[in-house]
Design a protein around this ligand. Structure first.
Ligand SMILES: [Zn+2]
Length: 129
């Protein structure tokens, strides 16, 4: 399953961040996922549930998926349009000289760590990525 491989990659990235910043747990990770990316959000959540049980660092980590709409740009008329609705053919001029400019993303957008018990440290670790 493709999504499982993706989850392992995310877990590896988070482990690395945790090591660099000396974190013992992560409360939430936000993934930016393009609308026409090959990753299926529902499968991703299922795989995440499976993987987090096996990774001490991630036991508490909620996965949040933020979808990025797909946009295609037409090379002939210079206008952009919704990829999912019209696919490769420009609805403005009928050209198929078009390319995807947004919507294929898969990236870790944000990581949140539990509130430190010691208040002196404040929000220091809230935005790591
Ligand atoms: Zn066009």
């Amino acid at each position: 399953m493709h999504e499982l491989g993706v989850v392992f990659r995310v877990a590896e990235d988070l482990k690395q961040v945790a090591e660099e910043h000396n974190l013992s747990s992560i409360s939430k990770v936000t993934i930016s996922l393009g609308e026409v990316s090959t990753v299926v959000p529902e499968y991703l959540q299922d795989c995440w549930k499976w993987a987090r049980k096996r990774t001490p660092l991630l036991v508490e980590t909620e996965l949040f998926i933020e979808k990025i709409p797909a946009v295609t740009l037409c090379g002939d008329c210079g206008k952009s349009y919704e990829t999912v609705k019209y696919a490769k053919k420009c609805p403005h001029c009928g050209s198929d000289h078009t390319w995807l400019i947004q919507g294929n993303e898969f990236l870790i957008k944000e990581i949140e760590v539990p509130e430190p018990e010691d208040e002196c440290c404040g929000d220091g670790f809230k935005e790591l990525v």
